[in-house]
Structure formats: structure tokens, C-alpha cells
Design a protein. Structure first.
Length: 279
């Protein structure tokens, strides 16, 4: 009995020591965990610490017009290549060229202005980034119209779309409307090709609507592109009994030749392919 009592007392002392050691180890682990995860003294990672201030010069290349080297004003994007310019800059550029000033892609063969769209979201971003840019632009526009005695145009306000209950109403009329600039409809009739002209693709669509200011040279370029013609192949375009020249416009041809060249409201042009003589 004395042996068992002494044994139990000794084991009880050891258990007390082990409990104390375990408590100390737990405290150390808790301290290490707090230091490891940064939870001491209520320290936590916040979103503000991860934010980085960006200088305006880092964003400048993305909000500058490559034509005038200034900030975008009425930002306008080309739908073919998604390059953006000031509206006045790109409209002025398209008076002399139909290619993008940045990547040189052909925007449209005859009417590049049809393939541009205002980018209002980008313009809002520019006004937010550049301090007082919008106010200065509005003041310049106001002074411009006042100096010339013109009425200052009011900014366009988007109209809310009315929501009607019940069945939606049908929209009357054609959805696609032909622009008034395209006032000439032509019919291209193929009259044959001489031997040696090589392989060429037949024209898929012979009805074309173009501007009256387009010349016979434009029609020839259109035929060459659509039919994949060889450069050595010559295209002769005839209206009635007249062999047409490159500089003649379609409106002039219609006025000079008259109704004899018109069939059902279409200006009829016949074209043939011959091999140009060697020089």
C-alpha cells in the first residue's frame, strides 16, 4: 500500500509538470501563430495597403490622339481596327485618305465615315483623369460660337425609352436606309474576255449603289479587287457606244449620255477584259 501510494504521488507530480509544459507550449504556439499570420495587436491586411498610386504620365499614351498629339476630344473609334482618335481629327483625315492613320488598314473603299463610332465611355474616362479638361473644352466651344454670332448648340440629352405594357408594336418601314450620298445605282454587265487574260473570278453581284462623284477609275478598281485580275489585264468600261475614261464621274456620264444609258433606274455599264499590249 505504501508503495502504491508513493507511486501515485510521484505520477501525480509528473502529470502536473506535463500539464504546465503543455500549457507553455500552447502559449508559444499561439504566439508564433499570431506572429506568423500578422494577427498581433489587431493588425490585418487591408485593401488600402495594396492600392498603388498611378501617375498620369503612365496613362497618357492610351488617352492621346496620334494625329493631333492632344487628349481625346469627342473620342471616335474606327470599327474595323478599334483605333481611337479625336472626332475632328479623323473626319479631316478621311477627306484625303480611306486608311487608318495608325495601322494603315482600309476602313472603307468609298465612305470611311460610315465605319466610325463615338466612344463615350472612353471620353468620360479622359475627362475624369485630366483635371479641368472638360470645362476648358466647353469654354472654348462657347467662345467660338459667340465670336461668330452663332447659337451655342445644346448638349444632346439621351431620351428615356418608353416602356409599354402588352404586346410590342411592330416597326413600320425598312430598318436599313440607304444614305442620300449613294445616289447612283449601276448595273455591271460582263461582255467577255480575250484569250490570254488568265484566270479570274466572275463578279458575284452585278448591282452596285455608289456615290455620283465616283469615277470610272473607282469602278475599275472595284472590278479588279472583286475578280482578282492580273495587273497586265486591261479593263475596258463602256456605256452605250462610248468607251469611258478614268476621270469621268458617274453623274456626268448619266447627264451626258442621257436616258439611253439608264435601264429601270440603273446606269448600265459594260466591261470587258483584254491583255494590255507590251511596251
Amino acid at each position: 500500500l505504501e508503495f502504491q501510494r508513493s507511486r501515485s504521488e510521484s505520477t501525480g507530480d509528473e502529470d502536473d509538470d506535463d500539464d504546465e509544459d503543455d500549457d507553455e507550449e500552447e502559449e508559444e504556439l499561439e504566439g508564433d501563430a499570431g506572429a506568423r499570420f500578422g494577427t498581433d495587436d489587431g493588425e490585418h491586411d487591408s485593401g488600402d495597403d495594396r492600392e498603388r498610386m498611378i501617375n498620369l504620365t503612365e496613362l497618357t499614351p492610351y488617352i492621346l490622339c496620334s494625329i493631333c498629339k492632344g487628349y481625346f476630344i469627342d473620342a471616335t473609334t474606327i470599327t474595323e481596327c478599334l483605333h481611337t482618335f479625336c472626332k475632328s481629327c479623323i473626319v479631316r483625315h478621311f477627306y484625303y485618305s480611306n486608311r487608318c492613320p495608325k495601322c494603315n488598314i482600309v476602313v472603307h473603299q468609298t465612305q470611311p465615315l460610315y465605319n466610325i463610332r463615338l466612344d463615350r465611355q472612353l471620353q468620360d474616362i479622359v475627362y475624369k483623369l485630366v483635371v479641368n479638361l472638360e470645362e476648358r473644352e466647353k469654354k472654348q466651344m462657347h467662345d467660338f460660337y459667340k465670336e461668330r454670332g452663332l447659337e451655342v448648340p445644346k448638349p444632346a440629352v439621351p431620351q428615356p425609352v418608353p416602356t409599354s405594357r402588352g404586346r410590342p408594336r411592330k416597326v413600320l418601314g425598312s430598318v436599313f436606309r440607304i444614305p442620300p450620298e449613294l445616289d447612283i445605282s449601276i448595273l455591271l454587265e460582263f461582255i467577255g474576255a480575250n484569250e490570254g487574260t488568265g484566270n479570274f473570278k466572275p463578279l458575284e453581284k452585278k448591282f452596285v449603289r455608289v456615290s455620283g462623284e465616283a469615277t470610272i477609275g473607282h469602278v475599275e478598281k472595284f472590278l479588279r479587287r472583286k475578280m482578282d485580275l492580273d495587273p497586265a489585264c486591261q479593263v475596258d468600261i463602256i456605256c452605250g457606244d462610248h468607251l469611258l475614261e478614268h476621270y469621268q464621274t458617274l453623274r456626268e456620264i448619266r447627264q451626258v449620255i442621257g436616258e439611253s444609258a439608264v435601264q429601270d433606274g440603273l446606269l448600265v455599264l459594260h466591261y470587258g477584259l483584254v491583255v494590255s499590249p507590251l511596251t
